[in-house]
Structures are given as structure tokens and as C-alpha cells.
Write a protein that binds this ligand. Structure first.
Ligand code: 3NM
Length: 213
């Protein structure tokens, strides 16, 4: 576990997440745009559409990603990840637990797990996951029910507790603060708003996040 996930990013540190409603683009269109800019592993996230619609969109996004050589992770839905033969699933604290997802998806699947406190991250480290996500790092308006921000110090403490387990930071991350987030211990950063927010040029934003220094 773990190494497939980190290897998929090459020398980049951006784990982009799709959002149809913010971007105004289908999941497949977002995958094409992200991959054209250099992103190699992409999470499809759909909180509003019914499963039948998300399934159809995910199926075409995975088809497109296969042709491009990109990997696709499905947010929340183990059933959809299995049905569309995605590369893995990203689970929240209230989704199917990682060990159950592992039984369904098998040993090769990438399984990620969201945590919001140091204690949750410590517990996640004992689970059959390929990466642990911690967030929100900063305040965010993208997720309505986001917990209190853990900040860069909280992120550094999670890094210390997790040792070599791949760590994803999420929540309020932009091209302005990505350098500090990586320096504090994240392997990669997951981003929605700074990529897709209206009136932002997504192509420029994605490249800035991919090429930060
Ligand atoms: N999960 P943005 S924060 C989807 O804390 C999500 O686990 C979070 O969007 C967590 O990049 C968050 O716009 C929102 O802040 C991320």
C-alpha cells in the first residue's frame, strides 16, 4: 500500500478534486483539462447529483482518463468505484470503513481516508489505507460541514505521528500557501476552490499549483 499512490504524482504535489457545480464542466471535461495541464491523479467528487447520474459521469470520466493515462479516485462511493473500475476510493469518517472497502475493492485499489484531528489520523494509520488526508488545514467555504482548521502546526504534528504513511492536506489550499503546506509535511495537497472558483482561469490556477516553488 501507499507507494502506488505517491508514485502516481510523479514530481508534482497536486491532487485535484472535480466539482461540476463550481466549475460548470462535466467530470470528464475536468479530467481532460486537469490532465492537459499535467495532473496525473484526480478525485471525482459529487455531493449533489443522484447516484445514477454520478455513475454515468464517472464511467465516462474513467474512460477518458484511461486514454490519457491518468488515475481516478471516486469520492465516498465504493460501489461506483467498483462498477466503473476506478483506481480507488476516498472515504470520509461516515462512509464505509476502509477495511470493508478493502475487502470489496481488493489489494490493488488505492484507498484514502479523511481525518480531521490528530487522534483520527493516528487511528487511520492502523487501517488498510494508502493515504491519510487531514483537514481542513485553513478555513474553507467549499465544504459546508468542515471542522475547525488544524493549521500548519496541526499538520506538522500529524506528519510526525504518521511517519512514512502518505499524507494529503486539504482545505483552503491555494497557489499562495501550497509551499508552506508541503514544507509542514504534506506529500500532496487536495484542492477544489482555488482550481474551479468562478472567474478564476482554471488552466492558469492548475499550472500554478502544479509548478509552485
Ligand atoms: N474536505 P477547498 S475540506 C472536501 O477537511 C473537503 O476533510 C475537507 O475545498 C476536510 O480546496 C474540503 O476549496 C474542501 O478548500 C476542500
Amino acid at each position: 500500500m501507499g507507494s502506488n499512490f505517491i508514485q502516481a504524482f510523479g514530481s508534482t504535489h497536486l491532487y485535484p478534486i472535480t466539482d461540476q457545480h463550481i466549475s460548470g464542466l462535466s467530470h470528464a471535461e475536468q479530467v481532460v483539462l486537469l490532465n492537459n495541464c499535467g495532473a496525473t491523479l484526480i478525485q471525482l467528487r459529487e455531493k449533489l447529483d443522484p447516484p445514477v447520474k454520478f455513475f454515468e459521469q464517472a464511467e465516462s470520466a474513467v474512460r477518458v482518463a484511461r486514454d490519457l493515462g491518468a488515475k481516478i479516485i471516486i469520492n465516498d462511493r465504493v460501489d461506483i468505484a467498483l462498477a466503473v473500475k476506478a483506481d480507488g476510493v476516498h472515504l470520509g469518517q461516515e462512509d464505509l470503513p476502509p477495511d470493508a472497502a478493502r475487502r470489496i475493492l481488493g489489494s490493488e485499489a488505492i484507498i484514502g481516508f479523511s481525518t480531521h484531528t490528530l487522534n483520527q489520523a493516528r487511528l487511520a494509520a492502523q487501517m488498510p489505507v494508502d493515504y491519510v488526508a487531514i483537514g481542513p488545514i485553513f478555513s474553507t467555504t467549499t465544504k459546508q460541514s468542515a471542522n475547525a482548521p488544524v493549521g500548519l502546526d496541526g499538520l506538522a504534528r500529524v506528519r510526525e505521528a504518521l511517519g512514512a504513511i502518505p499524507l494529503v492536506a486539504i482545505g483552503g489550499i491555494t497557489s499562495e500557501n501550497i509551499g508552506a503546506v508541503i514544507k509542514a509535511g504534506a506529500d500532496v495537497v487536495a484542492v477544489i476552490g482555488d482550481i474551479w472558483a468562478p472567474a478564476k482561469d482554471s488552466r492558469v490556477r492548475i499550472k500554478r499549483l502544479l509548478n509552485y516553488s
